[in-house]
Write a protein that binds this ligand. Structure first.
Ligand SMILES: [Zn+2]
Ligand SMILES: [Zn+2]
Ligand SMILES: [Zn+2]
Length: 262
């Protein structure tokens, strides 16, 4: 299985347009963060599933050579996770098939409301072919599969909102969360690799900060862990130096373009 990390930035991305802080003006390539998404495939180049459609989807697909999206697994419907939805058209054109989109019922409802042109045929609509997409409700008790990969959706809390994390065999991806319910934690044991929300050092109402992310990693005890969804307050080099001392479990910041072969 190959996991490609397509983006690791918070909702604004990093650098933030107009910001001249040290991280935003840094030359370090790993301080440049597109909006959060990953791509998971059975084998490199076999086609796979996209987690979320970030506003940066087009450039992410070009950078990582993605040509076949078999499904999209949504975590939730905040703008930074959804608004690249129209860029799925490219994969419709290339692969000549529609793409199923999975999410909790409240997520598919909101996608239908906000992007009705993708789902409801409008014969009066001229030009600019809409994407060919199908909404599929997913409940945390269900599992999906992609080739040899078992996909387990996991209910998480992002403030008071319900969000899905996903386990893929021995790898799990938990972005945008501030609480992991016990029944989800029970499905996160014996992981080789965990990617988890770690927004910044200061606390936040709807995201784990770095200290809370480390606490969760210590509870779940994966083989190794990476943080994602970082703001411009997080400098790659200095934070990684701190993380190297923080736990007996290896923890690092994820970065755009990171690939994991599992
Ligand atoms: Zn987000
Ligand atoms: Zn900045
Ligand atoms: Zn969010």
């Amino acid at each position: 299985m190959r996991v490609t990390v397509l983006g690791t930035g918070t909702s604004t991305g990093v650098p933030i347009p107009g910001c001249s802080c040290g991280v935003c003006s840094s030359e370090e390539p790993r301080n440049k963060r597109l909006r959060c998404s990953i791509f998971v495939e059975d084998q490199k180049g076999s086609g796979g599933v996209l987690v979320d459609t970030s506003p940066d989807l087009r450039i992410q697909a070009l950078r990582s050579g993605i040509t076949d999206v078999k499904a999209v697994l949504y975590t939730h419907t905040h703008a930074d996770h959804v608004h690249g939805i129209d860029d799925l058209r490219s994969f419709n054109f290339i692969n000549k098939r529609s793409i199923p989109l999975y999410g909790l019922p409240e997520h598919t409802d909101e996608l239908l409301r906000k992007f009705s042109y993708c789902f409801i045929k409008n014969t009066a609509y001229e030009g600019g072919a809409p994407p060919q997409l199908e909404l599929k409700n997913l409940e945390p008790a269900e599992t999906l599969s992609l080739d040899s990969i078992e996909i387990v959706p996991l209910l998480l809390h992002h403030g008071s909102a319900r969000v899905l994390g996903y386990r893929f065999n021995s790898f799990a991806y938990l972005t945008d969360c501030s609480h992991i319910p016990e029944e989800s934690g029970a499905k996160l044991r014996e992981l080789d690799v965990l990617i988890i929300d770690g927004l910044r050092e200061r606390p936040h109402k709807t995201h784990f900060n770095i200290e809370q992310a480390i606490e969760q990693i210590e509870i779940l005890r994966p083989g190794r862990a990476y943080l994602t969804h970082m703001s411009h307050e997080v400098d790659y080099e200095t934070t990684n130096t701190m993380l190297a001392q923080a736990s007996s479990i290896p923890i690092e910041l994820a970065y755009d373009g990171l690939t994991l072969d599992l």
